[in-house]
Design a protein around this ligand. Structure first.
Ligand code: 13P
Ligand code: SF4
Length: 354
């Protein structure tokens, strides 16, 4: 990743050839993620301007693995899943955080860093999952299920987190829920993750009464066991790697399930599989093609329109002239309540199972 130091005054210049050398193996996203030398030459002026602005303004760029490769490999200082990025947001000493992902991930960075300026370059707000529930709906549910611990996925707004007890990410959902003292859990908003959570607690022999909300991610709900079967017929040795937002029938037919960072780590370690089917947004597949070009990916590409609404042009714009809309601004009472919910996640994640 790029290195930013406040002592340096000039950023290292990236050439079109440098970028092309990194991105030439990406094939998954068709024209969206296909990089010719000519396309790289068009991208490098913005990349170099952004890298210089980061130094001048003491800013860092946090990018989720789903955003476009030119952001991940051209300008990002930190790349990862939502859990790792929330930790990176705490560790950075930069004054400005540009969060190339979705707004609620930027909100998490702001909740944890009230003194820093958090800027959101994504032109589309929210996502199908985060938009499926609001704070008033959580308050109503809490009246009905008053003795339940409310666990929210990180893909929720700050207002929703403020109404819940413990936040989780795809990297820690099973461990955190297993460690919560209360046996009654209300999980929101992802119904498939809720169902997968019930199944995993059974496997672990953890007794929990789990209820869940009805939200879904439009990217992950598209995958079906029939698609897996088809791929297995063609490639009998394929390893199927899925995200916990997929349907339970997909999870049951997978060789590995985990957060985007855990999926990447599995691929790095897995030696027996010849081909891999990644059931998640194809930004992750692009990363695999850059970082493990010798591993073969099969299957088609699915894009998340919210993540892919981050562009170099918008990153440049928010660094140069941020508007009120680009900034994360949170009500302080909401921020403090949401902070408690996120801190509970860190506490449960770091606590060893008894
Ligand atoms: P990860 O936390 O696994 O990166 O997932 C985030 C997300 O938005 C999945 O759809
Ligand atoms: Fe939301 Fe799904 Fe996109 Fe993740 S992949 S940001 S859950 S719409």
């Amino acid at each position: 990743m790029n290195h930013v130091s406040s002592k340096k005054s000039a950023a290292t210049t990236v050439t079109a050839q440098d970028l092309f050398d990194k991105l030439q193996h990406i094939k998954m996203g068709g024209t969206v993620c296909h990089f010719s030398l000519k396309k790289c030459a068009e991208l490098v002026p913005a990349i170099n301007e952004i890298n210089q602005l980061k130094i001048d303004k003491n800013a860092v760029i946090l990018a989720h693995s789903y955003v476009s490769p030119e952001i991940v490999y051209g300008v990002a200082d930190f790349v990862g899943d939502s859990y790792q990025l929330s930790k990176d947001a705490v560790s950075t000493t930069a004054k400005i955080i540009v969060f190339a992902a979705v707004r609620f991930m930027g909100e998490t960075a702001q909740i944890l860093n009230p003194k820093k300026k958090v800027l959101i370059p994504a032109s589309l707000d929210g996502c199908t999952l985060a938009d499926s529930i609001n704070a008033a709906q959580v308050r109503d549910l809490r009246k009905k299920f008053f003795d339940y611990t409310f666990v929210c996925y990180i893909n929720t707004t700050a207002e929703v987190k403020a109404e819940c007890d413990v936040c989780v990410t795809s990297a820690n959902v099973y461990d955190v829920v297993a460690r919560i003292e209360n046996n009654k859990i209300y999980f929101l908003p992802d119904k498939f993750m809720g169902k997968n959570l019930i199944a995993e607690m059974k496997v672990r022999k953890v007794k929990k009464d789990i209820r869940y909300y009805e939200g879904t991610c439009y990217v992950h709900e598209e995958y079906t066991p029939e698609q897996i079967q088809q791929i297995r017929l063609e490639y009998p040795k394929v390893k199927v790697v899925s995200h916990p937002e997929c349907r339970p029938e997909v999870i049951q037919n997978s060789d590995f399930v985990g957060s985007t960072a855990q999926m990447l780590e599995y691929m790095l370690k897995e030696k027996s599989g010849k081909e891999f089917l990644m059931l998640t947004e194809c930004g992750l597949s692009s990363r695999l093609q850059v970082e493990m070009p010798h591993k073969r990916l099969v299957g088609s590409c699915t894009l998340c329109r919210y993540m892919k609404s981050n562009t170099l042009t918008d990153i440049l714009r928010v660094l140069k002239n941020p508007t009120q809309k680009d900034l994360v601004i949170l009500d302080e009472a909401v921020r403090l309540k949401a902070l408690k919910c996120i801190e509970a996640m860190f506490t449960y994640t770091e606590r060893k199972s008894s």
